[in-house]
Design a protein around this ligand. Sequence first.
Ligand code: GTP
Ligand code: MG
Length: 250
Amino acid sequence: MNKLVFLVPTYNESVSIVELLEKLREFRISADLGFDVIVIDDNSPDGTADKVESLKLPWVRVLRRPGKAGLGAAYRAGFAKVLAVDTYSHVITMDADGSHRVEDLPAMIEAIKPGRSITLGTRWITGGSVVNWPKSRQALSKAGTKYAKIALNLDLNDLTGGFRIYSVELLKALNLKYMQATGYCFQIEMAMAADLAGAVATEVPITFVERVNGVSKMSKSIVVEALTQTTRWGISRRLRSNADKLHYVK
Ligand SMILES: Nc1nc2c(ncn2[C@@H]2O[C@H](COP(=O)(O)OP(=O)(O)OP(=O)(O)O)[C@@H](O)[C@H]2O)c(=O)[nH]1
Ligand SMILES: [Mg+2]
């Protein structure tokens, strides 16, 4: 296994990110993994970026962006940073808010497959679960995945979650600059692009824990974007499947 890098997008996560980095520090030692972390911060008014830098962890960097531009844009900027160097073999994406548990990382890392691969932390399979998440959010997440699964013909069970591992080989094969999603449907778009690139997808059950600190950035416009985009992608996948592949895969 070569070197891993974590991408953690943040917007006003000054409390949660410190807790996450502390857990990652312990994991880094116990698992003896010399990974790096890039926190992608959109100029959070609560000073998240300064807070992270004040910890002075040599394996953690902050990618400072000028303002809130959505999860998709943050990840794209993070991927570009990773691909600009020849250091890493895999990228782990993780929310900063404590919803994605460091405890689930060993199984996720263990499950990585060679070549073009995507490993998906999955709530909605046997062994997966959610803790303290309102029923309404659970229903939205399940319905979102179900819709995307049918619309895009993807045999995966958690298409909106952000706890994933991408091989750099896969990322290099994708036209990341052509990705369209701003909000959380970026996760759906990436799963679809990985499929078009012929990546091996592995689902690993995870426990998703509702955040304790900070506030959710989920909004109605994010849901509307996901619904609209998924419908568009579904239609174009059926009508112009080859053009779609040429769009997403180099
Ligand atoms: N850089 C950046 N990070 C973001 C943006 N929107 C959300 N994030 C981060 O992305 C991660 C997921 O966002 P959350 O607000 O927790 O959303 P969620 O986990 O889908 O939904 P909840 O269950 O409501 O928390 C968190 O680490 C956020 O801080 C953004 O516009 N820019
Ligand atoms: Mg969250």
